[in-house]
Design a protein around this ligand. Structure first.
Ligand SMILES: [Zn+2]
Length: 132
């Protein structure tokens, strides 16, 4: 599978993740259960991630994920979210998880291939692999 398809697959899996989170099937564990993080995340740096390419920021700052994290920190901190993950605890949680789902859906509609077409965004490991 070439690099473009690996990224497309990870974007699709991220979409499924947020659908499942919004329905309370799974919880969000940040980088631990993000398919895009598995490809791109490296010690606080998200170089090459199509989300970063859109926002210009690491760690999903500038996406609806900000509001999701803030909401959990302000309302559900007692649940020890860092260990147990962030799930659906109230109606607003559901709205915010849906917002992240739609952010990723918009990204797909923008054309993931266009977003990642810049060679300079490929991680070094991928370049060493011939960029495929
Ligand atoms: Zn909530």
């Amino acid at each position: 599978m070439n690099f473009t398809w690996k990224v497309r697959l990870a974007v699709g899996e991220s979409l499924v993740k947020w659908l499942k989170v919004s329905r309370g099937i799974i919880v969000d564990k940040g980088t631990e259960n993000c398919p895009l993080c598995k490809l791109f995340y490296n010690e606080g740096d998200c170089k090459g991630c199509p989300i970063k390419k859109i926002t210009g920021k690491d760690l999903c700052y500038g996406t609806p994920y900000d509001a999701w994290i803030n909401h959990h920190n302000n309302n559900h901190r007692n649940l020890d979210s860092d260990t147990d993950g962030r799930g659906i605890e109230c109606p607003e949680c559901k709205e915010l998880a849906r917002d992240q789902f739609y952010f990723i859906l918009d990204m797909i509609e923008m054309g993931v291939e266009d977003i990642i077409s810049d060679e300079g965004n490929k991680p070094q490991a991928m370049l060493a692999d011939g960029g495929k």
